[in-house]
Design a binder for this molecule. Structure first.
Ligand code: PEP
Ligand code: MN
Length: 337
């Protein structure tokens, strides 16, 4: 942190601030300037004490100079992280995750898995526990959905990405899933993050629908600080004034996250746009912008879907989109995984 004194601060005020910093157990470094004095602080682990310092006489502002996240930061881990999951290497190419929004039945789940496997997709998404805006909407099949996912995984060999809605069912989901999805609504559910920080499976952490990059990376830090080093970030669109799409898919976050963190970042163009017809364009844009992969909703019969049908690609459209990603990946020298 850096304390910026106001231009008229007196020597006594500067000394008092320095003394208070020492009381916190940190080291003050007084930096005189042409118009004002600044005091650098070393030895602190976070922004503790900021609230007190900012109120002291003569203080203009207290600014953070280092990010609050450490394990997530590129500064502590310069190499990009790569995770081997179910036959793919997330972070080492462009990984496709696809599948229905929800597990609706055994037959449609196995149908989806077989189709995806046939194309060479290694990871299937499908929610057993669904976070729905309305309590009257389809909430997912719950434990029965997990049983179906376990069976589909055993029969097809496809890896499973599925959402953990709460601490209560974390253990059951962990048993079946290859990747534990944390939804946008739960990005700041710290009890859940702490629980998943002790999980043996990687976590796909969706960005909160109104989260800044710092809040998102600090949520990832919760997972890593508790011991789970396998965190995949997922941009799924944020809330803005714009209403031409369901959310505003923030592709500009890709280079920002790549700069700040070593963690892989994947894009969800389905929730990002809310409309199947916009998904292929945003998928290609994500690849071109340097994302590490996609999570796309695909349904055998989108018109019959129990959730998110409007944004789900049918098999033929997904296959066509996949075909357009191939030449683009070649040009970019990126492997499709
Ligand atoms: C989902 O992936 O189906 C989902 C509910 O996503 P989000 O948390 O991004 O809304
Ligand atoms: Mn969905």
């Amino acid at each position: 942190m850096l304390v910026v004194m106001n231009a008229s601060a007196t020597r006594e005020q500067i000394d008092a601030v320095a003394a208070r910093i020492r009381q916190f157990g940190y080291e003050p470094h007084v930096i005189p300037g042409a118009t004002r004095t600044a005091i650098g602080i070393t030895g602190n682990r976070g922004p503790e004490g900021r609230d007190v310092l900012v109120m002291l006489p003569g203080v203009e502002d207290v600014v953070r100079v280092t990010a609050g996240y450490k394990l997530v930061s590129r500064e502590t881990h310069t190499e990009a992280s790569v995770f081997s999951i179910a036959g793919t290497r997330v972070g080492d190419g462009f990984t496709l995750i696809a599948g229905p929004c929800a597990v609706e039945s055994e037959s449609m789940t196995i149908e989806s898995a077989r189709f995806l496997r046939g194309l060479g997709v290694n990871l299937m998404r499908a929610g057993a526990f669904k976070p729905r805006t309305s309590p009257y909407a389809f909430q997912g099949l719950g434990d029965e959905g997990l049983r179906i996912l376990a069976k589909v995984k055993q029969e097809t060999g496809i890896g499973i990405v599925t959402e953990v809605l709460d601490v209560e069912n974390a253990a059951a989901v962990e048993e079946v899933a290859d990747v534990l999805q944390v939804g946008t609504r739960n990005m700041q559910n710290y009890a859940l993050l702490r629980r998943l920080s002790r999980a043996s499976k990687p976590v796909l952490l969706k960005r909160g629908m109104a989260a800044t990059v710092e809040e998102w990376l600090l949520a990832a830090e919760y997972l890593m600080a508790g011991g789970n080093r396998q965190v995949i970030l997922c941009e799924r669109g944020v809330r803005t004034f714009a209403d031409h799409t369901r959310n505003t898919l923030d592709l500009s976050i890709i280079p920002v996250v790549k700069h700040l963190s070593h963690l892989p970042v994947i894009i969800d163009p389905s929730h990002g746009t809310g409309r199947a017809e916009y998904v292929p364009a945003m998928s290609r844009a994500a690849l071109a912008a340097g994302a590490d992969g996609l999570i796309v909703e695909v349904h055998p019969r989108p018109r019959e879907a129990l959730s998110d049908g409007q944004q789900s690609l049918d098999f033929a459209t997904f296959e066509r989109m996949y075909a357009t990603l191939k030449p683009l990946a070649r040009v970019l020298d990126v492997e499709l995984l």
